[in-house]
Design a protein around this ligand. Structure first.
Ligand code: AMP
Ligand code: TRP
Length: 330
């Protein structure tokens, strides 16, 4: 059976970008494959974060996973730090990715550019090692992510191939899956940059109330001209709104363009806002219900157990292959 694995960092309030690029799609795999979805809390520590904020975000993210339609009977939902194999494999595999390739990672370059050397933690640099462990521990075939994470899955493939070449075929080489529409939702205030939790201007947060979401769409930056057309270069604002609409309605960009032919910007935005509210209304209601009865806590405990069983097997396989002595074993 196909294994699917993905995760999100509990580093801030989830955005519509996270929802469209990642969260919304996780449930699509649970009837055809074996799904592992986790909360990347260890990755959240790679940049300074308040402990209470991290703790609250972790619970929230679990509830958002459930609200997105992930069914804990079909999918394994867990917290990264609750499965110790991630850290254990990390301490082995960190020796097989090299300074040169890690320093070429776009995410590292972007995040560290704004920081002094004396403030950049080793974990931020070594981020792709831990992410590779997350993926490889579960023998994942497919990793659904937004565009910004593709490079990290590629380096995971390199690492797996490197290990397999040296020690025999012990790791599954994963593939990424990026959606055609919505892999990169842009900021509503500056459609040339990604909508991101760490850059709250121009975000729609999943925790915003529906009226705020509507207002944010209505005041999104549009472009000169009056035609609703997809043109990323000359009409980045309109193109972004078309992308949001198309991905929520699960249609192609061409179909969305056709739908809005002859529309004025104001009416166009109103319908995009309607689409957002239509999808977010029921989603937010489910989230409130889950948070209120705390059902997510039990889900995470069961997830920890199931995930550990799978992860520990892979960990053992790697430990044995590299020559670590199993003192309990034969
Ligand atoms: P992160 O917030 O960095 O933990 O990202 C979690 C997931 O959401 C990853 O798969 C990202 O690629 C995806 N993602 C984050 N921001 C966006 C965005 N603006 N558009 C599309 N996908 C995104
Ligand atoms: N790095 C991912 C992000 O920032 C989160 C993540 C950590 C992840 N480990 C993963 C995603 C493994 C997919 C698979 O969004």
């Amino acid at each position: 059976m196909t294994r699917i694995l993905s995760g999100i960092k509990p580093t801030g309030q989830l955005t519509l970008g996270n929802y469209i690029g990642a969260l919304k799609h996780f449930k699509d795999f649970q009837d055809s494959g074996e799904v592992f979805i986790f909360i990347a809390d260890l990755h959240a520590l790679t940049l300074p974060i308040d402990p209470k904020f991290l703790n609250d975000n972790t619970r929230d993210l679990a509830a958002f996973y459930l609200a997105s339609g992930l069914d804990p009977k079909k999918s394994t939902i867990f917290v990264q730090s609750s499965v110790s194999a991630h850290s254990e494999l990390n301490s082995i595999l960190q020796n097989y990715l090299y300074m040169g390739e890690l320093s070429r990672m776009t995410q590292f370059k972007e995040k560290s550019a704004k920081m002094k050397d004396s403030a950049i933690g080793l974990g931020l640099f070594a981020y792709p090692v831990l992410m590779a462990c997350d993926i490889l521990l579960y023998d994942a075939d497919i990793v659904p992510v937004g565009e910004d994470q593709v490079q990290h899955v590629e380096i995971t493939r390199d690492l797996a191939n490197r290990i397999n070449k040296r020690y025999g075929d012990i790791l599954v080489v994963p593939n990424y899956k990026v959606n055609k529409v919505g892999a990169r939702i842009m900021s509503l205030s500056d459609p040339t940059v990604k909508m991101s939790k760490s850059d709250p201007k121009g975000d729609i947060f999943l925790k915003d109330d529906l009226n705020t979401m509507r207002k944010k769409i209505m005041s999104a930056v549009t472009d000169s001209g009056s035609e609703v057309k997809y043109d990323k270069e000359n009409k980045p604002g309109v193109s972004n709104l078309l992308t949001i609409y198309a991905s929520l309605k699960e249609i192609s960009i061409e179909e969305a363009e056709k739908h809005f032919e002859g529309y004025r910007y104001g009416d166009f935005k109103r319908e995009v806002a309607d689409a957002v509210v239509e999808e977010m209304g029921p989603f937010k209601a489910r989230y409130e219900e889950i948070i209120a009865n705390k059902s997510y806590l039990e889900v995470l405990r069961i997830g920890q157990e199931r995930a550990s069983q799978v992860a520990n097997k892979t960990l053992k396989r790697v430990q044995k292959a590299v020559g670590l002595l199993d003192v309990d074993g034969e």
